[in-house]
Design a protein around this ligand. Structure first.
Ligand SMILES: Cc1cc2cn([C@H]3C[C@H](O)[C@@H](CO)O3)c(=O)nc2[nH]1
Length: 224
């Protein structure tokens, strides 16, 4: 068992489009006692004091987009700040995908009014300047929009059934801009790109590739 000499654990963001297999990827690490897994708090978004903000947002994005993304940011900040007893912390998504992918899409598509976007962007700048929430590594589950679109249909999460392929394609482009073309300097962590188009049987090999990288880097950090 690695004793965490560092105040801050080796932090990994697991990023990718809707349906890219992030939750499945995280579950693969469930068996390691030195890793804390923080999965995306979708259930909190689906029930805040009885309100299903995720459903409200998908049903009327212009009316509920701001409210939804404000609450998403709050729940993600809470995860960033949560102290973990283990030397390694794996988070599903982050404040950065919130800003660079989802909020960015809502602004570009006119779902968010420019004034709403300005407020969300100020919150993002404040939080990323004031609070150290950087990753040490980002694992990017890279997919093809048509592949994840079919998975979303099969998964049949009720709120997502009206999601058009065009939205998935736009989110894909925003993930590529951030994690492959590196257009945003605020999140300089190295990116490990995995081919997440692979189906479940083949993808274990891909996960093993990241396992060594994550655990070896974590050992370096903890033992340094
Ligand atoms: C950080 C962040 C995650 C996230 C997820 N979502 C949506 C996409 C999926 O339908 C669902 C669960 O990821 O929530 C969103 O609209 N905005 C988000 N922002």
């Amino acid at each position: 068992k690695m004793n965490a000499h560092k105040s801050r654990p080796f932090t990994v963001f697991v990023e990718g489009n809707i349906g890219s297999g992030k939750t499945t990827f995280l579950e693969h690490f469930r068996r390691f006692e030195d890793i804390t897994l923080l999965t995306e708090p979708v259930e909190e978004w689906r029930n805040l004091k009885g309100w299903n903000l995720l459903d409200l947002m998908y049903k009327d994005p212009s009316k509920w987009g701001m409210t939804f993304q404000s609450y998403v940011s709050l729940t993600m900040l809470e995860m960033h700040q949560r102290s973990t007893p283990t030397p390694v912390k794996l988070m599903e998504r982050s404040m950065f995908s919130a800003r660079y992918c989802f909020v960015e899409h809502m602004m570009r598509s006119g779902i968010l009014h420019p004034a709403e976007f300005a407020v969300l962007d100020e919150w993002f700048r404040f939080m990323t300047n004031q609070i150290h929430i950087d990753a040490d590594l980002i694992v990017y589950l890279k997919t093809t929009p048509s592949v994840v679109y079919e998975r979303i249909k099969k998964r049949a999460r009720s709120e997502e059934q009206c999601v058009p392929l065009s939205y998935i394609e736009e989110l894909h482009t925003l993930h590529e801009d951030w994690l492959v073309n590196r257009k945003h300097a605020e999140c300089p962590a190295p990116v490990l790109v995995l081919d997440a188009d692979l189906d479940l049987s083949q993808i274990t090999e891909e996960y093993k590739k990241s396992e060594h990288q994550i655990l070896r880097k974590a050992v370096d950090v903890v033992m340094s």
